[in-house]
Ligand binder design. Structure first.
Ligand SMILES: Cc1ncc(COP(=O)(O)O)c(C=O)c1O
Length: 373
């Protein structure tokens, strides 16, 4: 069996010893430590750990006071959470098509879709391939927020500037299949300290002080609720798994890059397969391994590989083609996104993928296409 994904946590390591020996199981000193590591790593003034990317993004949109008719532009081909978070706060989703080569959001299409109601744009570093935020930022009005969805990338530079450099907010996911994981989790990074304080409070049921800060130095600190919120903070139990993975990410990322190159080289022998292309000046990260095939054969290929115990999936169908969004928004002009959504499948890809497994993936895809001639 070739698994789609394997995590990189060490089953023999006691990640929780320090946390269980302390007082705070919820957000406390461990979260604070991880947040300061993240701030330093990405050169941002503020970092906040959340219990998912999704709840991190909802907290941001609530802090930005997104209201009915406020528009937020997202690429049409990404994970559905990007649209759901806008629906939840009552905003309007605006879909930009993707670039047919890179599969990242098409900047020209995004610019065409900006109106005076555009509140934010959310580019996605899809598959770990970095979106060139600067090329967008220099062409838009200053009061449009840029929220980078970095659920797929944890390192990389574009034009020598690190991930998130040009963004107002950068959001990570630490979901089970992500390169860094704590089961479920997320993080927000930003230089806007005021908004980040509001976000922290929103993510803690609107309370001005989390439990950890309420009992600091054995003194009780009063708290208040100035605006409503919900629950989106990460626990110290989850955060305990993150520190090592963050500090050792470079090694993991290099391993994944080496495996990506090997797998791509092998599959490049198959003319029936297309790969998203990389941007120039982009030192990208490597999260998923998507390929594109003739859309009429895509589902059959998925069935063939699954029957050979090679586990694959679709990342992603165009959101404009998902029943809820198709019915509500009736978008027809994101043709590249719809096409890629019908052609794409993601192959097994993780840091423990062996050469024998790469050869088997190649062999099975090759034998599938040979039977089609
Ligand atoms: C591109 C993208 N954005 C957002 C998310 C949501 O992350 P989470 O599951 O942490 O909410 C995912 C998760 O798979 C994703 O792939």
């Amino acid at each position: 069996m070739i698994k789609f994904y394997k995590h990189n946590l060490n089953k023999n390591k006691n990640y929780l010893t320090k946390t269980l020996g302390g007082q705070y199981l919820t957000s406390g000193p461990i979260c604070e430590e991880v947040e300061s590591i993240l701030k330093k790593k990405f050169g941002k003034k503020s970092a906040f750990l959340t219990n998912s990317w999704t709840n991190a993004a909802i907290s941001i949109l609530l802090a930005l006071k997104v209201k009915k008719d406020d528009e937020i532009i997202i690429p049409a081909c990404t994970f559905v959470a990007c649209a759901n978070i806008i629906e939840i706060v009552g905003g309007k989703v605006v879909f930009a098509d993707i670039d047919p080569k890179t599969k990242l959001m098409d900047i020209d299409d995004c610019l065409k879709k900006i109106t005076n109601k555009t509140k934010a744009i959310m580019p996605v570093h899809l598959y770990g391939n970095l979106f060139p935020t600067f090329n967008l930022k220099k062409k838009i009005r200053k009061n449009i927020y840029i929220i980078e969805d970095s659920a797929h990338a944890f390192s990389g530079e574009y034009n020598n500037k690190p991930l998130g450099f040009y963004a107002d907010f950068l959001i990570f996911s630490f979901y089970a299949t992500k390169s860094i994981t704590c089961g479920e989790g997320g993080a927000i990074l930003s230089n806007n300290k005021q908004l980040m304080e509001n976000i922290r409070s929103i993510a803690n049921n609107g309370m001005s002080k989390p439990a950890f800060k309420r009992f600091e130095n054995n003194k009780y600190k009063p708290w208040d609720v100035k605006s409503f919120g919900f629950k989106a903070n990460l626990s110290d139990i989850n955060a305990s798994l993150l520190k090592d993975q963050i500090l050792n990410y470079k090694k993991l990322s290099n391993t994944k890059k080496t495996i990506y190159i090997k797998l791509k080289k092998k599959l490049s022998n198959l003319k029936q397969i297309k790969f998203p292309s990389n941007l120039k000046n982009n030192n990208r990260d490597y999260y998923l391994f998507p390929i594109g095939v003739n859309r009429k054969l895509r589902n059959e290929l998925i069935e063939h590989l699954t029957s050979k115990k090679i586990f694959v999936t679709v990342n992603f169908k165009s959101i404009t083609d998902l029943s809820f969004y198709k019915k509500k928004y009736k978008v027809k002009n994101c043709v590249n996104s719809i096409k890629w959504g019908e052609e794409t499948l993601s192959l097994p890809f993780h840091a423990k993928l062996k050469v024998g497994e790469i050869n088997k993936i190649y062999k099975e895809i090759n034998s599938f296409f040979e039977k089609k001639i």
